[in-house]
Every structure is written in C-alpha cells, then in structure tokens.
Design a protein around this ligand. Structure first.
Ligand SMILES: [Zn+2]
Length: 273
C-alpha cells in the first residue's frame, strides 16, 4: 500500500472547529476524518472542503455507503453540535492580524504575550494560512488551573463560549475573564492570577502592583512577571533586536503604527540573519 502523505494538523483543526468538536451527524466528541471525495492514487488529497468529521460509528455508515453523498454534504454544512449550540471548545478568530487588546493596551507579537515566572499565561501565534491562534492558561488564587485554551481549542475549564465570545465564570457566577473576538482585534479583560501576582485588565487599563499601562501598544515583546523579585520586564522576541512601543490615546492609530513597526521589525530580522 502506498504511504499517505501526512495529514496537515491545521486541516484537522479546521475540520474539528467546523464540526463544533464532534461528529457532524451525532455530535460524539471522538472524531475521525472522513473523505467525502475519496482519497485515491489519482487524487490523494486532504482538502478541507472535501472532508468532514465523523465519529467511528457514523464514519462506518458513510464508508459502507449507507450515508449517501448528499447527506454527507448536508451534515458538513450543518453539523449537529453547531445546530444545537454545543460549541464548547471553539473560539472563533477571524482576525488575520496579530493584535491582542488588553485594556487600553495592545500586544503585537507572534510569541508569548504575558508570562508569570515560567508559566505562559497568554500566547499569540499565526499559522501559515494566516489564522490567528490564542492560547490561555488561567489560574485561581490557589494556582489551580481553571482554564486552558490551546491555539483556540478549549482543553479544560468551565466556560461559556459562543463562537467569538468566551466567558470564564468563577465562584458566584462572577466573570473572571472575557475574550471577545467580534471586533477588529481580539480583546481580553479580567483578572489574571498566578503565584501571588494579580494583573487586572479592564476596558481602560492593565495594572498590577508592578505595572500600570494605558494607551500603549507593545510590539514584538513579552511582559514577564517575576513573583519572587516582584518585578516585571519587557522581553524582546528572540528574532528582534529591540522591542518597540507606541503610545497614543487613539487605538486605531496605535494599532496601525504598531502593525507597521512589526512588519518592519520582521523585515529587518530576516535581512540580518
Ligand atoms: Zn457520529
């Protein structure tokens, strides 16, 4: 048998997201990837538009021909989990720019955004197809992991998610963190806790005992908290020489300038390798 080319992880991810993280037909969370257009020697493909998620049982139904093509196409377009609003696990990010808004500040970076000690709290990255991925690890005041999102995929945590709006609730129904991807940029508000560090992010500012930032766009850098020394530092992405910052009361201007600087930094770093 001819060995199949590797199935791109990104296509699998897109298929899982499309299906609402379950079988398109029955919603079971264990999925296999079904070729609606058969994988053949003549057409050895992993095309997103010609594949779908099915559980092993429904996959069998499809492969023996009991689930006709028309039904497969219909289910791919109307996965049951999406129909029923069972979209836990999906944070939909349509933005193509690496901008994360925190309070009245932004981060533009393809890397860690905020770390506390060695823990990566917020990370932003861009896939080859331009898709933006957000990863989050949130803790309670006892350092217990309460929410984990890995590249937009919900891994664990008790949260409410409706495609582009994610709310993590804590005791007494209090909203701990909100991630909103409905605007031109991804925004995050709430309280970040770890190792005794408390970083509060409101609509207008981002502050802790070590930091108070407003109207600032951080480009190519990571904010690192050190809980022992009670310090913060701005660490530049290893491919860049220096981090840049834009301050301006107007968000649109900050983001526009910031993205331009980021492009220049990327260009410079690729020239001097
Ligand atoms: Zn199924």
């Amino acid at each position: 048998m001819q060995e199949r080319e590797t199935f791109p992880a990104e296509i699998k991810r897109q298929l899982r997201q499309e299906a609402g993280f379950g079988c398109c037909k029955c919603g079971r969370p264990i999925v296999e990837y079904h070729h609606i257009v058969p994988y053949t020697k003549e057409d050895p493909h992993y095309r997103f538009k010609d594949m779908m998620c099915l559980c092993p049982y429904c996959h069998h139904e499809a492969t023996v021909g009991a689930m006709i093509l028309e039904e497969q196409r219909h289910l791919k377009k109307n996965p049951i989990n999406i129909q029923k609003g069972r979209v836990n696990g999906l944070l939909k990010i349509n933005q193509k720019q690496l901008v994360l808004s925190v309070g009245s500040n932004e981060f533009i970076n393809d890397n860690e955004i905020i770390t506390i000690d060695e823990e990566k709290i917020i990370e932003l990255s861009q896939s080859e197809n331009g898709a933006i991925n957000l990863s989050l690890r949130l803790f309670d005041s006892d350092n217990k992991l309460i929410l984990e999102i890995d590249e937009n995929e919900w891994i664990s945590g008790d949260m409410e998610c409706s495609f582009q709006l994610l709310k993590l609730r804590q005791k007494m129904g209090k909203i701990a963190v909100t991630v909103d991807t409905r605007k031109n940029y991804i925004s995050l508000t709430g309280t970040i806790l770890y190792n005794g560090i408390e970083l509060k992010i409101t609509e207008t500012k981002m502050f802790s005992t070590q930091l108070n930032a407003i109207n600032t766009c951080f480009i190519g850098s990571t904010i690192k908290f050190n809980s022992n020394q009670k310090t913060i530092s701005l660490n530049v992405h290893p491919v860049f020489k220096i981090a840049k910052v834009v301050t301006d009361p107007n968000r649109e201007i900050r983001i526009r300038k910031g993205l331009k600087l980021f492009e220049e930094m990327k260009l410079n770093s690729s020239h001097t390798d």
